[in-house]
Write a protein that binds this ligand. Structure first.
Ligand code: NDP
Ligand SMILES: O=C(O)C1=N[C@H](C(=O)O)C[C@H](O)C1
Length: 266
């Protein structure tokens, strides 16, 4: 069987670095190229940290796609760049696997209709860690019985987007099964703006940023006399890689956009 040819965008980033090594080290995958805004024209092996990994490096995505044959683009960059890369990939018939977070609902709707138009697979996964996907699924289950919920997400202090993609996805999954409810006292008032966090359908998301953290989330469900906590911790970026592999394999079999790996694992 032929190998899945993969391009990674953002190879020097915390996630991109792991993804390059995953693709390089996976038997059924071939690293077709990388897209890196600061390098062009050399081999990846010439860049610090990638000794022995041969692949062409392009700073321009269009030049990359017109020079290299590929099946899948893994994007691990920033929301604006990720959106542009995803649209460009779809327009070139290359299947996007997007880990980048911070997309708006409008971005997702736009990508959904472009994916339909192109008739190829696209996966947008706010979290690739299998444990995090289970944490979201368990939270959705719990929300049927506990409508009072607060989400606390905790990340390293280099993270650009807040709330995290995982927290937004968790809130969406909970909102799908929970009746909209304004939590807390009806007359509650913030004396310092933001004290109650972001409000999604009446539930609240709190974002913590601290050095030393990687990616952590707890979902608290409160009821009369009891508290249920669903928690997940990623202690390193390797925790995301089995999900990246699953997404690359899965996107080859899809012809629609899938938002969230919970729709792939059963
Ligand atoms: N889905 C998941 O499971 C996970 C998703 N993420 C998400 O993945 C994304 C990347 O995270 P992380 O690796 O920690 O971030 P990093 O900041 O470590 O890496 C981001 C990468 O994007 C590149 N980049 C930034 N700006 C541009 C630009 N204008 N043009 C081209 N490339 C650019 C950076 O290049 P340069 O070095 O030149 O700045 C860098 O290689 C984030 O959105 C994060 O939320 C993170 C972890 C898990
Ligand atoms: O930026 C990160 O680190 C992470 N981002 C994703 C998110 O926004 O949910 C996934 C994970 O939490 C790590």
């Amino acid at each position: 069987m032929s190998k899945v040819k993969v391009i990674v965008a953002g190879p020097r980033g915390r996630m991109g670095n792991e993804a390059v090594k995953l693709v390089h080290g996976t038997e059924g995958f071939e690293l077709a190229a990388v897209i890196d805004r600061k390098h062009n024209g050399e081999s990846l092996s010439a860049i610090e940290g990638f000794h022995g990994i041969e692949a062409p490096v392009f700073s321009d995505i269009n030049e990359c796609f017109s020079s290299v044959e590929a099946d899948v683009l893994i994007d691990l960059t920033t929301p604006e760049v990720g959106m542009f890369h995803t649209e460009t990939a779809l327009n070139h018939g290359i299947r996007p696997v997007v880990g980048t977070t911070g997309f708006t609902k409008e971005d997702l709707a736009k990508l959904d209709s472009l994916t339909k138009e192109k008739g190829i697979g696209c996966i947008i996964a706010p979290n690739f860690a299998i444990g995090a996907i289970l944490m979201m699924k368990f939270s959705q289950m719990a929300a049927k019985y506990f409508p009072d919920v607060e989400i606390i997400e905790m990340h390293h202090d280099q993270k650009l987007d807040a709330p995290s993609g995982t927290a937004s996805k968790t809130a969406d999954m909970i909102a799908a099964v929970r009746e909209t409810k304004q939590q807390g006292h009806p007359n509650e008032k913030e004396t310092i703006q933001g004290a109650r966090g972001a409000n999604v359908d009446g539930m609240h998301i709190h974002s913590v940023r601290l050095p030393g953290l990687v990616a952590h989330q707890q979902v608290l469900f409160g009821s009369d006399g009891e508290l249920l906590t669903v928690r997940h911790d990623s202690f390193n970026r390797a925790s995301f890689m089995s999900g990246v592999k699953l997404a690359v394999d899965s996107v080859m079999k899809l012809d629609v956009l899938v938002y969230g790996l919970e729709n792939i694992i059963e």
